[in-house]
Design a protein around this ligand. Sequence first.
Ligand code: FEO
Ligand code: CA
Ligand code: CA
Length: 665
Amino acid sequence: MNENCPTFRTSLLEENVGPGHNPTDNPTMGELIAARFSRRGFLKGSLAVSAIATTVSPLALMLADDARAAEKSAFIFEEVEAGIDQHDHVAAGYDANVLLRWGDGLFPDSPEFDPLNQTPESQARQFGYNNDYVGYIPIGGSSEHGILVINHEYTNEHLMFPGIVKIVKDDKGKDKLEIVPADRKRVDIEMAAHGGTVVEIIKVDGKWQVVKDGKFNRRITANTEMQLSGPVAGNERTKTNADLSGKKVFGMINNCSGGVTPWGTYVSGEENIQGYFLGKLPEDSKEAANYKRLGIPDTSYDWGNFHDRFDLSKDQNEANRFGWVVEIDVNDPNSIPRKRTALGRFKHEGADSIVARDGRVVFYLGDDSRFEYVYKFVTAGKFNPDDRAANLDLMDDGTLYVARFDIDGAVNWLPIVFGEGPLTEANGFHSQADVLIETRRAGDLLGATKMDRPEDIGPNGVNGKVYVMLTNNSKRKTEEVDAANPRAKNAFGHIVEITEEDGNFAAVRGKWEILLKCGDPSVAEVGASFSTDTTKNGWFGMPDNCAVDADGRLWVSSDGNSPKETGRTDGLWAIDTEGPARATSKLFYRVPIGAEMCGPLMLPDMETMMVAVQHPGDGGEDWEGFGRQSYYEDLSTRWPDFKDNMPVRPSVVAITKKGGGKIAV
Ligand code: FEO
Ligand code: CA
Ligand code: CA
């Protein structure tokens, strides 16, 4: 979801981007950017390009880049033309086949998808809505047979359900969608369409298919039984009317991005949890400040009208049981997913991990709201490749760190540990559990750097770098600009590259620089910093998800490009990070009108790229090809089926080279 996305769910979107909930005046370290400019010789440093680009026209930069950009990109393919229409488009010479659509059966007994007669029971046996993260766990080491894991982030009722939308006029006389309040059945379908999917897939004659009777197949929903584990499990603040143990939770919600651990489990980040809660806390509630910091309640959904646990007036603590990273053991479809509380509670985007040199495992974590923080978690124990069972609780014990990006190009990882520094009784923390439940406040007190909406963070095991997607932040004022977030009203986002000290992902410090500032490089005021090899099709805005392939190449997908914002749909962009072609971007795949691009996932053999097309058809009023609000009865696209009796369907797409072979080489 994105602040520029023309969806009707505006309240949820507003909170997603954080309506100024970070109340601190933590230094935006680049307040001293001017001081930095005055320092002799700093232009020789690795930060020179990013620093210059805050004040110098990108066109001038592009001229300076001419020599280096003449070199070849690491990606070899014929770029797609950027644009907007009802279809998806992939680079010439590639096939993009839909593998899984919303409503597709996942089990031998799954009912056929019937959008006019959907039920909660059917939905719980079918592929869910709004696929975001896509991960792959090989079976027997294969890149042609494995388990696909997919997050179902949220639901768009106006695209899913017939007969619930009216077009009305807003204050300015503009058309707007009005949706009838949900009944119990609709709420229960929505809950069943959230969560995740675990499904066996196999490539037969070069084409991927779902194994419907796969023994690993599983749907996880907003009602699946889970356990809180780690420091917060059993805490007073997680005990509810229905669960006096403070450990037994039902469901995961708004799971955005995620990861696959080195031991082959599926991890999934709960992001915008605020939208699912309604009602008022009692006046004397101790959770008021905690919930305010996360924007709870937001009342985007009607669930609390039918399920008391989502009504704050009836249950004060349920919301403390959401906002975690969830780990799912895919080997056993009856395993109980664990909410790994040691990784903190905030609006979790993803949880990509990598094994550090000494065997500890490092998870990189973004908190996706404006002015929120970048985190990493380092396990206390070491990964043992020969003992899967011994790895299964690694995520319960370790150290969570929050990032401070310093003016001199250093990044410092500050430990979030009860009793250390300001994280004490004096500041209202009584235990590590308290610190983790209010992770954002801990980050405030530690002086972490307020970032431009941290989304996916991708560690790269080939070159030892880490890429941080910062999607945008239109609320950053000129006086709040800093070195790591160098643009005021940052409409198009940027990518920060971290090099951990001595190439050790578990290090507590490193260096950072800006890889890329996004937006149209031909408009000087935008201040974008793509290389001059980047064509008019190759630039983009709003980086969101990312993937690093087996060759260490970076792929970035976007959320928020639109006719109005950038004159193009979202897509998958190949970005050079090394050598003279650094910061060259090329468009490999683009989505239909109204969609955002999620995934992406390159399989280990580099012969398949999986991508997730989320909320296609959500919008179209700013596109001349449609020009009005899009909803179930009048859709801006009917991708991927293009049948009159089928609504638009979020889908996972498998991209392969015609005739086989590695992608983009
Ligand atoms: Fe769900 Fe941060 O995007
Ligand atoms: Ca998104
Ligand atoms: Ca995202």
